[in-house]
Design a protein around this ligand. Structure first.
Ligand code: FAD
Ligand code: DLZ
Ligand code: SF4
Length: 511
């Protein structure tokens, strides 16, 4: 009787749209469609990952006895849109109602709210209960608060799910062990390799399809080693827990040339598309701590990312959309430099992060925030251009998680909803937390002049340009005081260097 539509980021048997399915009467629909594959020009690896995971999931459902209808991208009858495919499926069957779990992005949820009128069927949209904080719980938490700080949300979530708790107290006597999680990389770190799978026949076929239909999309398709089934994603989680979690905390913020994966988990793409459940990842890490196999700073740090940041970011998205997408608090106007696509810049940190992004559809948090995001912030790049880039280059990117991280955390374009101060920094931070500066054309120790690290003067130029926005911020007072103590010559040098840099950047010269 019921047509159950499963989207490409809903690939778990526990999804609400599959509850109470009649294996005899209901039809499950999955479809690869142009509208979803091209609303931004997703990284080739992301499309291959999503299509291959969808195809494997459809096969798993069939193996469990469900009736599945699957539209392949190159099916000559493919209408190219989700609505078109639902219409086609309804026309071919005797189904009278459609059930779907709420889309994770505003764009699609909004579109689906009109499907009722456009289809000769009733459309039921169910809550997405894979998230640990639903819309109304987040709205209740946010209600009446002057500031929506993640830390307080996170503490409530720890209590609510009783994660790392001794009755009402946090295990270890502290909620947060971040101060222990900022170690610079030391020489000779022996970073374990990330989890690898070899493409099977389905993935190989999908990869050929991606090369054929999306040749002008960003990124390298090869090598492809992501998990594409739940079983493989669980093995990827295991490999993180066994080989990286112990050291995750210590080097969470560290960046090393030639080590794109560091000690991070690389599971965001699996959680976001439904192959892994967030709570199972949290419980797995918690158990590792109680078994004595990983230290508290690592386990708490990892759990905070999923139970705290991930849920908080999603809450902010739905609380603030659709206006959030238009936010440009700092009135940034610059176009995105070409090197975000090519990696062709003499600024080694940016070259490394863009090149790794192109190769892997992945960069870790500090690369995204303190290199790629930091430059976009201090160079004043328009949030629309930055958001589009971040939404298409990463395999884990969906607007609900990408937008608040970019607009809120990286660009301060929301005026301080997510961040209490801008994540702007000079080259000193990048030099402390990475080895990038050692092989850079620019000199991180030089503050001004053509050889100086551009982050050094752009940082002060950014603070000067945006004084009206930040001078009253209590967390920025010391920084503005130290700027005031600098000589007039120094102020002029910052302005001259920044002018020269922007002139070169805007005219497409090599920088
Ligand atoms: P780990 O470092 O191992 O962290 C564990 C898990 O915690 C991640 O898998 C993820 O599920 C969760 N997590 C950690 N930080 C965040 C966060 N800030 N927001 C939400 N979840 C978090 N994450 C995405 O999933 N999709 C995005 O499109 C995305 N865009 C980002 C853009 C910018 C500018 C920034 C600063 C961050 C962005 N993040 C995004 C958050 C974070 O960088 C990634 O989740 C993380 O790098 C994924 O790698 P990992 O699985 O190895 O994470
Ligand atoms: C990311 C993605 C891609 C590339 N392709 C599809 C697709 O062809 N069919 C589909 O159902 N989902 C796809 N997805 C995931 C969707 O974009 C995701 O479900 C929505 O963005 C959620 O709002
Ligand atoms: Fe980046 Fe500056 Fe270091 Fe070069 S010197 S790698 S531009 S921070």
């Amino acid at each position: 009787m019921t047509l159950r539509l499963i989207l490409g980021d809903q690939l778990g048997v526990g999804i609400s749209s599959l509850k109470d399915t009649s294996k005899k009467n209901d039809l499950i629909l999955l479809c690869e469609v142009k509208t979803e594959a091209t609303y931004v020009k997703h990284h080739k690896k992301k499309i291959a990952f999503v299509f291959s995971s969808m195809r494997h999931f459809a096969n798993e459902l069939r193996a469990q006895g469900f009736n599945v209808r699957y539209t392949a991208y190159d099916d000559p009858q493919n209408s190219g849109s989700l609505l078109g495919e639902v219409k086609r499926a309804l026309a071919k069957t005797n189904k009278t109602d459609v059930v779907v779990t709420e889309a994770s992005e505003y764009r699609l949820r909004d579109e689906m709210s009109r499907w009722d009128e456009q289809l000769a069927a009733t459309v039921t949209v169910l809550d997405d209960d894979r998230f640990l904080c639903n819309h109304s719980a987040f709205n209740d938490w946010a209600e009446g608060r002057k500031q929506l700080r993640m830390e307080y949300f996170y503490r409530d979530m720890r209590r609510k799910y009783s994660v790392l708790m001794n009755d009402a107290q946090p295990v270890g006597g502290q909620w947060n062990f971040d101060a222990e999680n900022r170690k610079p990389p030391k020489e000779g770190l022996n970073v374990p390799s990330t989890f690898h799978t070899t493409p099977d026949a389905i993935t190989t076929e999908v990869m050929a399809l991606v090369e054929q239909h999306f040749p002008d999309h960003f990124g390298n398709l090869l090598p492809f080693h992501y998990a594409v089934t739940r079983e493989q994603a669980l093995a990827a989680l295991d490999s993180f827990i066994e080989t990286r979690l112990q050291t995750f905390g210590d080097y969470q913020d560290a960046m090393v040339q030639g080590e794109p994966w560091m000690y991070h988990s690389h599971i965001s793409l699996y959680i976001n598309c439904g192959l892994l459940d967030p709570l199972e990842c949290i419980r797995r890490a918690e158990r590792t701590y109680y078994d004595g196999d990983a230290p508290l700073n690592s386990v708490e740090g990892f759990i905070r990312q999923i139970l705290g940041w991930r849920e908080y970011i999603r809450g902010i998205y739905w609380l603030k959309m659709p206006e959030y997408k238009e936010a440009n608090y700092l009135n940034a106007t610059r176009a995105l430099p070409d090197f975000y696509w090519t990696g062709d810049t003499q600024m080694n940190c940016l070259r490394q992060c863009v090149t790794e992004t192109k190769e892997n559809a992945y960069a870790h948090h500090i690369q995204r925030l303190m290199v790629l995001g930091n430059f976009a912030l201090i160079a004043g790049i328009h949030p629309d251009e930055v958001n589009e880039w971040f939404l298409l280059v990463y395999a884990d990117a969906y607007e609900w998680v990408e937008l608040p991280n970019v607009t809120g955390m990286a660009l301060f374009a929301d005026g301080g909803v997510v961040a209490s101060k801008p994540y702007a920094s000079s080259g000193a931070y990048i030099n402390k937390m990475s080895d990038y500066c050692k092989s850079c054309h620019y000199k991180v120790a030089k503050k001004n002049g053509p050889e100086a690290c551009p982050f050094n003067y752009l940082y002060w130029d950014f603070l000067t340009r945006n004084r009206e926005h930040f001078a009253g911020n209590p967390r920025m007072g010391l920084i503005y005081k130290s700027y005031a103590r600098m000589s007039d010559e120094k102020h002029d040098a910052v302005a001259d260097d920044s002018r020269r840099f922007f002139k070169a950047l805007d005219s497409g010269q090599a920088i």
